[in-house]
Design a protein around this ligand. Structure first.
Ligand SMILES: Cc1ncc(COP(=O)(O)O)c(C=O)c1O
Length: 387
């Protein structure tokens, strides 16, 4: 089987049955459809990629926004009201930038309530909590090989119960679109195209090229909601097709059967994951030892380190002048972005707003240049939460 080597390698990391998926978002859709009845309610973090929000809607589910802890945007399980718990079908963690949500507590609470815990470990492939990898607490977890691994394609759906594999594999295969030679060629050429335009220092041209590949589509942090179209799509859920314009953002190949080039590159990059994670951990350590870092706990190989700065947009502009691009911003929180027609709003939205406004997701692989720019530009740490 073509995915066997990749799945073996991930199974060895995680100790769980792993199914290859062409993107984390597709894996999440498969998991949500399997574990939640249509019309179910899913507790999730409002500081999250909007793609994930649209995947929940596509699965025919109602997003319910959770209260967060201000310094790392993890779910504040104790602040979720009892009546909210009673109406849920599942909890979906985010593990934002690699900072683990409180999976042991959430797993215990979900078991008590008889609902599923699903872990989005897209940012957290090397993170641990309670001495175990993120992604080993839930009924299912999803990983993205576009993040730390850098494959820009692929992911895994991992499950606690290996007996579920055959059914989930059938569900995945039913959603896959046939491989396209053009898409595979674009994928093969992408690293050299990116390097070439970067080498020429043509930032504008690079963005245009990436846009052509469907890799950069947003003009703003959040994609346009288009509420009219979204409402019509929601009436047709559960189904991925009607949500295509929202779910495909930044990755038009999200449900494409991968070709040989993609799988070989992914295998090579996944084989190097240990070295990659060591570099992320070293950069994280540097970034956490600065006045802009507020998160505490053991150093993890974070995907991004959320530095909390007073004027986030000025810091982004200063970094851009030094050719450091800032991505993975999730501002405003999803309940402010989409509103009550599409989601239950958080009962305590302030911490999420504060975090979303101040968080500067710093790439640990560029820790030195990032810190140099922040120091030189006089970036001030965010004022304490609640001031
Ligand atoms: C938190 C989170 N989960 C899931 C995804 C989806 O990953 P993929 O692009 O592999 O579908 C993303 C994408 O950026 C993400 O930020």
């Amino acid at each position: 089987m073509v995915y066997a080597a990749l799945e073996r390698s991930m199974r060895a990391r995680l100790g769980r049955e792993c199914l290859y998926v062409p993107s984390c978002r597709l894996g999440l859709y498969v998991a949500l459809r399997h574990f939640c009845p249509p019309g179910g309610r899913v507790l999730m973090s409002p500081v999250n990629d909007d793609v994930i929000f649209f995947v929940v809607l596509a699965a025919g589910l109602r997003p319910v926004q959770a209260p967060l802890r201000p310094h790392d945007a993890t779910i504040d399980a104790a602040a979720v009201p009892e009546d909210v718990w009673r109406g849920l079908s599942a909890v979906l963690t985010t593990n934002l930038y690699g900072n683990p949500d409180p999976a042991p507590q959430l797993a215990a609470r979900c078991a008590e309530s008889g609902i599923a815990l699903l872990e989005d470990a897209a940012h957290a492939i090397g993170s641990e909590i309670g001495g175990r990898p993120v992604g080993t607490y839930g009924d299912a977890s999803v990983f993205s090989l576009s993040k730390h691994t850098g494959a820009k394609a692929g992911g895994f759906l991992a499950v606690r119960d290996p007996a579920l594999r055959a059914g989930l594999e059938r569900a995945r295969d039913a959603l896959l679109r046939p491989a396209r030679a053009g898409a595979e060629l674009a994928y093969a050429l992408r690293p050299s195209a990116e390097a070439a335009v970067r080498g020429l220092r043509l930032a504008g041209a690079a963005r245009a090229a990436m846009r052509l590949l469907g890799a950069v589509e947003r003009q703003e942090i959040r994609m346009p909601l288009r509420p009219g179209g979204l409402k019509a799509a929601t009436a047709r859920a559960p189904a991925l097709g009607p949500f295509h314009p929202w779910v495909r953002v930044d990755m038009h190949d999200y449900r494409l059967t991968p070709g040989r080039v993609r799988l070989r590159r992914t295998e090579r990059l996944l084989g190097r994951l240990g070295t990659t994670l060591a570099a992320h951990r070293a950069g994280t350590e540097k970034l956490l030892a600065t006045p802009w870092a507020l998160a505490t706990g053991p150093v993890q190989p974070l995907f991004r380190v959320p530095l909390l700065v007073a004027d986030r947009d000025a810091a982004i502009a200063a970094l851009a002048r030094a050719r450091v691009t800032t991505g993975y911003l999730y501002d405003p929180p999803l309940d402010d972005y989409a509103g009550a027609p599409f989601t239950d709003v958080s009962p305590a939205p302030e911490a999420a707003r504060w975090f979303a406004r101040h968080a500067l997701p710093a790439d640990p692989l560029r820790a030195d240049v990032t810190l140099g720019v922040l120091r030189a530009s006089g970036a001030r740490p965010a004022p304490p939460y609640g001031d």
